[in-house]
Structures are given as C-alpha cells and as structure tokens.
Design a protein around this ligand. Structure first.
Ligand code: GLU
Length: 303
C-alpha cells in the first residue's frame, strides 16, 4: 500500500473557457486525488499573461463547483514569480543555463542546415548560443543545458515507458523567455515539487514532455511525482477538442440549464464506463479505483 499522503492537482491555463475535454481531465484528476484519500489542488497556470483571460478564473471555478469537483487549496502561478526566479538562479549558479538570442527563424534555418536534422520529431535547438555565444544587444531567453544521457519514465496508469535522449531528442529548452515570462516546463516542475504533488493526472499531450520535466526536477533536487496520462477527448472527426478550435464551453451547458449529473455521465461513458444517465462525481470513485486496479497501480504504487 501507498504510505505517502497523496497530493494531486488540476492545473488549467485560464486562457479561455473549459470545454468537455478539459472537464474530463479535471474529473479524472479529482477522482484520483479523492479515491486515494488525498489532497487536491487547483493551480492556475497563468504565466503567459498575454493569453490569460481575466474572466476565465471564475468561470473555471464555477464549472468545477458545478460538477462537484472541490479542491483544498488554490494557487496562481502569476503570484509565485520569486520561486521560479530562485529555481532559475540555482540552475544558473550551477552553470547549467545560458542566454539565447536566436530567433525562431534562425533556429529553423540552423536545423535545416544541419545534416542530422531528425524527421518526425519536434525541432531540436542545436545549441547555437551555447557553442558560439549570444548576440549582444538582443533580448535574451534563458535555456537549460540539458544533461547528457537518456531519461526514462513509466506511466502509472498506462504502464507505457518512454525513454528520451535529452540532447538528441529534446535539446536545450527555454526556462525563461526573452520577455521575462517563465516557461511552462520550469513552472510546472518547480510547483509540483514545492506543493508536494505526488500524483500528476493530466492529458496525454504532455506525455512526451515528461522525461525533460523529470530531468529538470532532478537537477533542482526533487524526486519525480507519479505520472498518469489520460486520453484527450476528441470530436466526431477524431480531432482533439481545443479552446481555440471552437469546442463548446462547459459554461454554455451550465448556463443553458443542463444537469451536471448528465454531463458527468456523458464524460464517464466517453471513457467506456457503464454508468446511469445521471451520476455524481463521488459515484464515479469506484470506477476510477477499478481502473487503477486494472493498471496494477496498487501492486506497484511507486512506479
Ligand atoms: N496547464 C496545462 C494545460 O492546461 C497542464 C499542465 C500539466 O498538467 O502539467 O494543458
């Protein structure tokens, strides 16, 4: 049995209204924390102020409350800038960061020019500014010089293992943009560690970002949480729902008089769970436990 108290979180970006896909991830994160008797945190990932919509905090809270998904503490990343500054300065003091003045276009060009440009992978920054220095007079981002070697992660829900050679497959990534905004990878790793998050339930789109986050956490002296990646919800065309893609907001259902129990039932059915037409979030707890049991979660809880 797991002896550590479980701390889970839902970490929405308040860049728009939650759609059904966001709601399903929120539901599963809540079910996980509560099924294990743990604490559940709500963390607004609002560092990219240009994309934040000020109304989205309240709408998100109301949507969650409507579905019956409560939380024990709330955070806003925008109020935690000193903790990210501290993490960056520790990495800098260890000689692991460097300023980068390359533009996107220059990076694209450098990748195209290099013989070893990988196909089918995300573009890997070739380390230009680390090797040749930054251009004086240009605004500089700060990159992390990723450690040599391969980092493997095993998902505690899907049991999949992903190994990535960081220099070859990920490259030195940005910790702080040239406009001063701290990058998602940095903030998420720092926060999960400082908030004592033991279990990260999140969308499968972040699975390939996990090895670099584990490595960054290690560099900052923290043990990785368990990761459980859940499938993203797709529309009838098989395309993932996106705020920018016009997916209908949950708020429209709520304000249109829809019953939360029917929405929860639809979300559960979309996961293949056999449930009545109306359910409460608490009634879904046994189904999540059953899913964890099938994944072997309770046999090998430290994976
Ligand atoms: N803020 C991210 C998102 O809305 C989630 C980050 C995470 O769960 O690690 O997609």
């Amino acid at each position: 049995m797991n002896v550590l108290p479980v701390v889970g979180r839902f970490a929405p970006s308040p860049t728009g209204a939650m759609h059904l896909g966001n709601a399903r991830t929120a539901l599963l994160a809540w079910l996980h924390s509560r099924a294990l008797g743990g604490l559940h945190l709500l963390r607004f990932e609002d560092l990219d102020t240009g994309r934040v919509r000020s109304w989205a905090y309240d709408t998100t809270r109301r949507d969650l409350e409507w579905l019956g998904l409560d939380w024990d503490a709330e955070f806003r990343q925008s109020e935690r800038l000193p903790v990210y500054a501290d993490a960056v300065s520790r990495l800098t003091a260890a000689g692991e960061t460097y300023p980068c003045t390359c533009t996107r276009r220059e990076i694209r060009q450098a990748i195209e020019d290099s013989a070893g440009a990988p196909h089918g992978h995300e573009p890997v920054y070739p380390g230009t500014c680390r090797l040749h220095g930054a251009m004086p007079g240009r605004p500089a981002a700060l990159r992390w010089h990723v450690p040599d070697g391969t980092v493997c992660v095993t998902d505690a829900l899907t049991c999949a293992t992903l190994c990535q050679n960081l220099p070859a497959e990920v490259g030195d990534f940005v910790l702080q943009r040239n406009d001063g905004v701290y990058a998602y990878h940095l903030a998420v790793v720092v926060d999960d560690a400082l908030m004592g998050v033991t279990d990260v339930v999140r969308g499968a789109d972040l699975w390939t970002a996990t090895p670099r986050q584990v490595a960054l956490g290690r560099a900052l002296g923290s043990a990785p949480p368990r990761y459980l990646h859940v499938p993203l919800m797709t529309d009838f065309r098989g395309e993932r729902l996106a705020k920018r893609g016009g997916a209908p907001p949950l708020r429209a259902l709520r304000e249109g008089g829809e019953e939360a129990g029917r929405v929860l039932s639809a979300l559960a059915r979309s996961l293949g769970w056999a449930v009545p037409e109306r359910v409460s979030a608490a009634e879904l707890l046994p189904l999540w436990r059953a899913q964890l049991t099938r994944a072997g979660f309770f046999i090998n809880p430290q994976s």
